[in-house]
Design a protein around this ligand. Structure first.
Ligand code: NAG
Ligand code: NAG
Ligand code: NAG
Ligand code: CU
Length: 247
């Protein structure tokens, strides 16, 4: 017997799952664990992922939902990981193949639970990874999203080895570019406790505000991949600050 609330959730799941998606699970230094699943009741869930409402994209680049999705309320847990460790994010059934993946972090504070009181809105964010168009054309080339589809919907990121210890938000962001002039943003955040004895932090030039980093008049986001001169271009630059890799 399935409870009506769950049935309802599953119905909306089949509708939206066809078009969109997000991170269901994380592997932290080799161990898989569940994220927050938006189509189950929040009650009873306990994970490292900030809460999100559904698989739909965020299209308003000024929205607070761009930070850690909507509602973006705090996660119940933290995953401990040494600097230099590997995080894998699992996007089962992810449907789109045109667009980049950008992975960001923000320092919440020096206590193991500092993210509990950290909103994330503002100039705190630095990129630790970005993959856009690696070869070919904007219309048909090898985008990060094609790599994601080719690797069983799994995206792998290494935490910079020299990053100072602390609590961090890790923000995965897919930008899907298949709809003309309507880039779709798919952010989700996780709580991390980074250990390992590093001492570095990114300087000002690496930091961006979210929301704020993406703009409505940014030509490389608000474009159509289906028409020239864009479709046959072989270069596409991810807007925003450079990636911080530590020294
Ligand atoms: C992956 O996430 C789903 C949805 O939250 C959950 O049902 C499943 O148990 C998770 N699997 C693992 C290995 O964490
Ligand atoms: C963060 O703060 C902004 C501005 O006060 C607010 O609008 C937004 O909803 C907050 N986000 C979260 C996740 O609480
Ligand atoms: C894809 O990755 C998920 C998460 O690690 C795993 O549960 C699943 O078995 C993998 N599927 C294949 C075909 O490798
Ligand atoms: Cu979609």
């Amino acid at each position: 017997m399935i409870a009506p609330a769950v049935l309802l959730a599953l119905t909306s799941l089949t509708e939206t799952a066809l078009a969109h998606g997000g991170i269901w699970n994380y592997s932290i230094a080799g161990n898989w664990q569940p994220g927050f699943f938006p189509y189950y009741p929040a009650e009873g869930q306990s994970s490292i992922q900030r809460h999100w409402i559904d698989f739909s994209p965020i299209k308003d680049v000024t929205s607070f939902a761009l930070v850690c999705n909507s509602p973006g309320s705090i996660a119940e847990k933290y995953a401990s990981i040494p600097a230099g460790g590997e995080v894998k994010a699992y996007y089962p059934g992810w449907p789109h193949d045109i667009g980049p993946i950008v992975v960001w972090m923000a320092y919440c504070g020096s206590e193991p639970t500092s993210c509990d009181s950290f909103n994330g809105t503002g100039k705190y964010w630095f990129k630790i990874q970005e993959v856009g168009l690696q070869s070919g054309t904007i219309r048909n080339g090898q985008w990060a999203l094609k790599d994601l589809l080719a690797s069983n919907y799994t995206w792998t990121t290494t935490i910079p080895e020299t990053l100072r210890q602390g609590a961090y938000l890790m923000r995965h962001e897919i930008i899907a570019l298949h709809v003309p002039f309507e880039p779709e943003f798919y952010p989700e955040c996780a709580h991390l406790w980074v250990t390992g004895g590093g001492s570095e932090k990114p300087s000002e030039e690496y930091l961006a505000s979210i929301p704020g980093v993406w703009r409505q008049d940014e030509p490389d986001l608000h474009m159509t991949i289906y028409e020239e001169p864009t479709s046959s271009r072989t270069e596409w630059k991810i807007p925003g600050p450079p990636v911080w890799r530590g020294s």
